[in-house]
Write a protein that binds this ligand. Structure first.
Ligand code: SF4
Ligand code: SF4
Length: 315
């Protein structure tokens, strides 16, 4: 039988922050949102793409020009002041062969994204399961893991056949029928609520929040038996106002949601934006220390909603 292939941009073993116990994280490419603080921008596009890590490039120190000569589209050139090489990312956006990455011997130009078959992925999961312990399993993240529907559904079914605990980090910005169908094979889910106001949500993520909120309600009322933890990346000046936090807590209370994880903004993804040739909108913004989220946490606790702060929360 013909196997589905999925495009993944990373697989990490031994994570303890993305679901119960020790887990293998599978990052699937493609996302319908464009969050301006995104820590994984290399997962936005549903395509393989080049990344340039200037810190590894030896053009200046050794005079290397291998990628300039390898690119058939002349997308790489030298800065006129001799300060290094630059890429015309518009040309690269439609390049499928990425010869430059094969020419680079220093891992400065690399391909982001790899096609993997269902059985290859299952082989990795079955290898890792020896290290998960009793509570661990696999977490599908991204990007938006529900974008590659045939692949994720097939893999989820295989995981359940193999008694693997499954978790997902999803935007919930997806077709409702598909979401409910896929969730039948999922034990644990993180869904983000980034802002309760549709227009503010759109301003910083590219889409309004109606589909997301309606899908959360649909999931809860479907009597899905798994555990759902809402996540909120807390971005100063965007969603950290008392009004928005109260609106979020009230929504959760009304729907019957019991757990939220507040994740203070950090700048860990910044270098990846540069490596993809994109400007990072939050380069001037400092990360938020976890301690300052106490008052926001209280708003949830006052409504009997468990509120965990920080990335190190054990689930
Ligand atoms: S990705 Fe393609 S177009 Fe871009 S520099 Fe490499 S070979 Fe040239
Ligand atoms: S081939 Fe690699 S090391 Fe050489 S100039 Fe290009 S990016 Fe730099």
């Amino acid at each position: 039988m013909k196997e589905n292939k999925g495009l993944v941009f990373d697989i990490q073993s031994y994570s303890v922050h993305d679901g119960p116990g020790c887990r293998t994280l599978v990052f699937l490419s493609g996302c319908p949102l464009r969050c301006q603080w995104c820590a994984n921008p290399e997962g936005w596009e549903y395509r393989r793409r080049p990344m340039l890590r200037m810190s590894k490039c030896v053009h200046l120190s050794q005079g290397c020009t291998r990628c300039l000569r390898a690119c058939p589209f002349e997308a790489i050139s030298r800065y006129s002041d001799g300060t290094g090489i630059m890429i015309n990312w518009t040309i690269c956006a439609s390049c499928e062969t990425m010869e430059c990455t094969e020419a680079c011997l220093h891992e400065a130009l690399v391909v982001c994204g790899k096609w993997i078959s269902e059985s290859e992925l299952m082989r990795i999961l079955n290898r890792d399961r020896n290290f998960w312990g009793a509570r661990g399993g696999v977490t599908f993240s991204g990007g938006e893991p529900f974008l590659q529907r045939d692949f994720i559904l097939a893999v989820l079914k295989k995981c359940k056949e193999a008694y693997i605990h499954t978790a997902v980090e999803t935007t919930a910005y997806t077709d409702r029928d598909f979401l409910l169908q896929a969730m039948k094979y999922i034990d644990f889910a993180f869904i983000d609520i980034k802002h309760m106001d549709p227009e503010r949500h759109k301003e910083k993520t590219g889409v309004t929040n109606e589909i997301i909120l309606a899908n959360i309600v649909a999931l809860v009322t479907s009597h899905w038996p798994g555990r759902l933890v809402i996540r909120m990346p807390v971005i100063e000046g965007f969603n950290d106002s008392e009004d928005n936090i109260i609106a979020t807590a009230d929504f959760m209370k009304k729907v019957g949601l019991k757990e939220i994880n507040l994740l203070p903004f950090h700048r860990l993804g910044e270098s990846k934006w540069r490596q993809l040739g994109m400007d990072y909108p939050y380069s001037e913004k400092e990360g938020i220390p976890e301690e300052v989220l106490g008052p926001l946490q209280d708003i949830f606790l006052e409504r009997d909603i468990l509120c965990y702060v920080g990335h190190d929360t054990p689930f």
